[in-house]
Ligand binder design. Structure first.
Ligand SMILES: *[C@@H]1O[C@H](CO)[C@@H](O)[C@H](O)[C@H]1NC(C)=O
Ligand SMILES: *[C@@H]1O[C@H](CO)[C@@H](O)[C@H](O)[C@H]1NC(C)=O
Ligand SMILES: *[C@@H]1O[C@H](CO)[C@@H](O)[C@H](O)[C@H]1NC(C)=O
Length: 221
């Protein structure tokens, strides 16, 4: 942005700035805007309270900054954290900065009980410990994506206990889950319509057993 535009915007009151920042969809843009000056930073923090969804590319995030933003987003219902894999070029890597410590901090944010959708897609740095902590503080969850993580049945049992409203779940490539976790989930989450189990290592019999409990369940294999 050129200097004149910044000077014009600088005359706007903070709430108006906040309304502008609500339109930013990328975390990187928000982070840059909050670095411009104190007033813009206040505008960004205020804009977080208006947001209903927030998405983070894990590549640019860490536990501390993610948790700080989620704390300010009181009205959040949809939280997307996912990993971006850079396939091209020498900087190709799969590095993960969100850990259980971040999930633990996020679990205490006010918005957690109102989240209807959470994605932790591909966060390879998290384990059951963080997932169980976060999930057990949700009350309204309808959609959960834990694909590509190393969770086990322990997380599935927590989901079965805490998410009676769950409608869709992705367990894409969760190779440590077993039949007993899946059975608990399908048994307790009676609104479950769709479950992505591609790349899990459970035997075919298990899927038949799930369909006996819930004949209308859509299994994505
Ligand atoms: C939070 O969401 C509710 C319902 O959509 C809305 O009425 C309220 O104004 C929002 N609060 C903020 C600070 O945006
Ligand atoms: C995020 O929320 C905004 C408005 O709050 C909406 O326009 C946008 O479609 C939402 N994006 C997603 C991915 O849900
Ligand atoms: C959660 O949602 C309920 C009902 O929609 C609302 O009354 C409550 O204020 C919300 N809580 C937070 C922390 O936003």
């Amino acid at each position: 942005m050129d200097v004149e535009v910044v000077a014009e915007i600088d005359r706007l009151p903070i709430d108006l700035l906040a309304h502008i920042f609500v339109l930013f969809s990328s975390f990187t843009d928000l982070a840059q805007a909050s670095g411009v000056c104190k007033k813009w930073k206040q505008g960004v923090m205020e804009s977080l309270a208006h947001r209903h969804n927030l998405s983070f590319e894990n590549r640019k995030m860490d536990d501390e900054s993610t948790a700080r933003l989620v704390y300010h987003a009181y009205n959040l219902t949809k939280l997307d954290m996912y990993i971006v894999v850079e396939m091209l070029g020498p900087r190709s890597r799969w590095d993960c900065q969100i850990t259980d410590a971040g999930l633990l901090r996020i679990s205490f944010a006010k918005c957690v009980s109102n989240l209807t959708s959470i994605s932790l897609w591909g966060l390879t740095g998290i384990t059951d410990e963080g997932v169980v902590q976060l999930i057990s503080r949700t009350r309204s969850l309808q959609h959960l994506n834990v694909g590509g993580t190393f969770i086990t049945d322990e997380s599935l049992f927590a989901i079965a206990r805490s998410c009676p409203k769950l409608e869709t779940i992705s367990l894409w490539s969760c190779c440590h889950v077993t039949e007993s976790g899946l059975l608990a989930l399908v048994d307790k989450c009676q609104k479950l319509k769709s479950m992505n189990v591609w790349g899990t290592r459970v035997p075919q019999d298990c899927f038949n057993n799930l369909l006996i409990i819930s004949p209308a369940l859509q299994l994505i294999l």
